[in-house]
Ligand binder design. Structure first.
Ligand code: KIV
Length: 291
């Protein structure tokens, strides 16, 4: 079998595999990019079946799945395990793995080694990392190692301690100039897309117009080339949520009501009923006489 048989060299359309070139082409075609986080096989499968372009195994799983207060403590092993799980569900979408805090900040060699693990051991097709100027050299090294990189600037949750909380960024002239410089450095270093999180709509619109690579917004307004939301926010699994979150369903209430109904029926003895039970074969029916 030739390697040319897998992965499409041309084409397009809703059912063809999303690739780095096809995503970049979407920007040129004005075709918005849809992205969502996922943390397990069924979430990956559902996102894929719904036709999402990008599935990100975000380090937000530290909070949404593992119950931590922020994203800082999630480890490479935890991220790898859940990336493998999502990989089993995703066929068409581009699968991106988030590099956890501490896996790329120490030195670039470590960053390349850890990114390679996501590609080789977990089947990710790209990695995402946070930061601007300070990451440009690492991005260059990763791209040289054939690892596609998604940048992430603005409100970067791994910098929660420096930012003093989750606050909208780029609200002063100086900060706007800094984020512009960061965005151009990341794109120049070879990022195939840049996540813009928690910045004013006007700033995101300008960056989107200036960059040749797609911008993926989260709390950055509608002018971005694409949007990403966290699974639990989009589906209304947890209470609350930031201003930019739209809950496209109330899955938390649906699940809670189903669990309450299940408990009530177990307590009342109405679950399981006879149709939900197995029976002895006729030949051994005497034993079943009591029923
Ligand atoms: O970890 C995450 O879920 C993210 C997205 C929200 C962009 O970084």
């Amino acid at each position: 079998m030739s390697v040319w048989n897998s992965g499409s060299a041309s084409g397009g359309g809703a059912s063809s595999k999303v690739t780095i070139p096809s995503l970049v082409a979407q920007k040129a075609q004005g075709h918005k990019i849809s992205a969502v986080t996922a943390y397990d096989v069924s979430a990956g499968r559902l996102a894929d079946e719904a036709g999402l372009d990008v599935v990100l195994v975000g380090d937000s799983l530290a909070m949404t799945m593992l119950g931590h207060e922020n994203t800082l403590s999630v480890t490479m092993d935890e991220m790898l395990m859940l990336t493998r799980a999502v990989r089993r569900g995703v066929k068409r979408a581009l699968l991106v793995a988030d590099m956890p805090y501490g896996s790329y900040q120490m030195d670039e060699g470590d960053g390349v080694k850890n990114a390679l693990r996501f590609i080789k051991e977990a089947g990710a097709e790209a990695v995402k990392l946070e930061g601007g100027r300070a990451r440009a050299e690492l991005v260059r090294r990763l791209v040289e190692a054939e690892i596609p990189v998604m940048g992430h600037i603005g409100l970067t949750p791994q910098a929660v301690n420096r930012m003093g909380g989750y606050k909208v960024q780029a609200r002063t002239q100086e900060a706007v100039e800094k984020i512009q410089e960061d965005a151009h450095l990341l794109s120049g270093a070879g990022c195939f897309a840049v996540v813009l999180e928690g910045i004013p709509r006007e700033v995101a619109a300008q960056l989107t117009a200036e960059l040749t690579v797609p911008t993926i917004g989260i709390g950055a307004g509608p002018e971005c080339d694409g949007q990403i939301l966290v699974w639990h926010d989009l589906l209304g699994i947890n209470a609350g949520g930031a201003k930019f979150v739209r809950r496209f369903a109330e899955v938390g209430s649906v699940v809670r009501e189903a669990l309450e109904q299940y408990r009530v029926e177990v307590e009342a003895g109405t679950f399981p009923n006879d149709a939900e039970s197995y029976h002895l074969p006729r030949a051994v029916r005497p034993l079943a006489g009591a029923f």
